[in-house]
Design a protein around this ligand. Sequence first.
Ligand SMILES: *Cc1c(COP(=O)(O)O)cnc(C)c1O
Length: 418
Amino acid sequence: MNDFNYRDDRLWCEDVPVEVIAGKVGTPFYLYSHKTLLQHFRVFDEALRDVPHIICYAAKANSNLAILRLFVKEGGGVDIVSGGELYRALQVGADPGKIVYSGVGKRVDEIDFALRSEILMFNVESSEELGVINERAGLMGRKARISLRINPDVDPKTHPHISTGLKSNKFGIDIEKSLEEYRRARTLPHVEIVGVDCHIGSQVTQISPFIDALERLKSLIGRLREEGIEIRYLDLGGGLGITYNEEMPPHPEEYARAVIESARDLKVTFIFEPGRVIVGNAGILVSRVLYTKSNGEKNFVIVDAGMNDLIRPSIYGSYHQVQPVVIRDRGSFLADVVGPICESGDFLAKGRMIPKLERGELIAVMSAGAYGFSMASNYNSRPRIAEVLVKDRKFHVVRKREEYADLTRGERVPAFLK
Ligand SMILES: *Cc1c(COP(=O)(O)O)cnc(C)c1O
C-alpha cells in the first residue's frame, strides 16, 4: 500500500501531481508520502499491540530529520549506527531512553557521546568493544546499559551483501561464545546487562529465518536466567523485506504473530529496528529523461539521476520499477535506464521492457524511500538532490538541493600551491 497513484494517466503523490513538484523544485528529487510513512509505522506498531515493545526505527534507511521527527512524534525510538545518527535523533527530540546503538565499529568519541546522552542501550558487537564501553563509562562515572548482539548463524536468504547473521559476516558475537561473554560482562563494574540483540539481515522475505534466530536467542535467554543474569529487552533487529518487483514478503501482522507466538512467555520488552519496511515504498525518485539513444543492439535512456543519487541497482543489482510520470499511448522497448555518471555501473534499470520514453519527460523510480538518499554521494561532483515530503495537498522541501558551493565546503588549497 502506498500513496503514489495514477489519476487520469498522471502520477500523483497523495493529492499533489508529481509534475507540479518537478516544475517547482526541478529534477531529480526524492519524493516521500507522509500518509504512507505514517501508515507503515502504525501498521507495524499495531501488529505488536499484544506485547510490550519499542519500535526503534533504523535511521540509516532514511535519516532525513522530517522523517525521523514523524516517527518520534508517533512514539518511536531510533536505532543508530553512528554518532552522526545520534546527533540527528537528538535534533528531532528523540527520547534517549528509546535509542539503541548498533554497529561493529563504534569509536571512543561516539561511545562517549552516547553515554552522555543516556541512550537506552549499546548493542555490543565484540569482546573488545565491551571492554572499551566499560572503560569509558568508568571514566565518566556512569553505567552503560548493554545488550550483546548475537550472531545466531542463520541464513536470511537475501542478497549476500545485506545478510548479517551468518558466521561468515562481520556482525555480532558468535552465539556459541555469547554465554561466556555475558559472564564476563557481568564482572565489569561499569556495565549493566539489560538485553539480548540480533539483526540477521535486510530485505528478508520469509518468516522462518527470523524465527530460527529467535529460537536460538530464547534458549540463550533461558541459560542466562539460570545463571541469574536478568534480561529485560529482546531486540530482534530489522530486516523485514518489501515488494520491489515480485517479492512476497510477509505482512508485518504475520511477522508479528509468528514472533509473539514463539516468544510471548519470555517476559521481556521487545525492540524492533525496522527500516526498509517502513520507508521503502513510501518514497520514489523523480528524474527527467535527458537523452535517448540506440546503438543498434541496445536502447539507452539517459536520465538526470545517477548512481550517486540511488546506488542500490549498482551495488546490489536491485530492481526498482521505472515508470513514466505521464502515461501515453505508445510502444515499448527493451532499454537500459542509465545516469550521467562516468561508470558503466551507473544504471537504474537494465534490460527492461518499458514504454518508449522520450527526451524531456519525467520518470518515477519506485520504492526508493529506503537506502536511497541516505546512501547518496557527491561522486562526479554532483550536488546531492532535493528531498520533498507531501502531506495531503501540500508539498514541503525537507532538504534543499545542494549548490556548487556545498561541493567544496571545507576544502582548502594550501599556501604552497597558491
Ligand atoms: C540496517 C539495520 C537495520 C534495518 O534494516 P532494514 O532491513 O532496513 O529493516 C536494523 N538494525 C540494524 C542493526 C541494522 O544494521
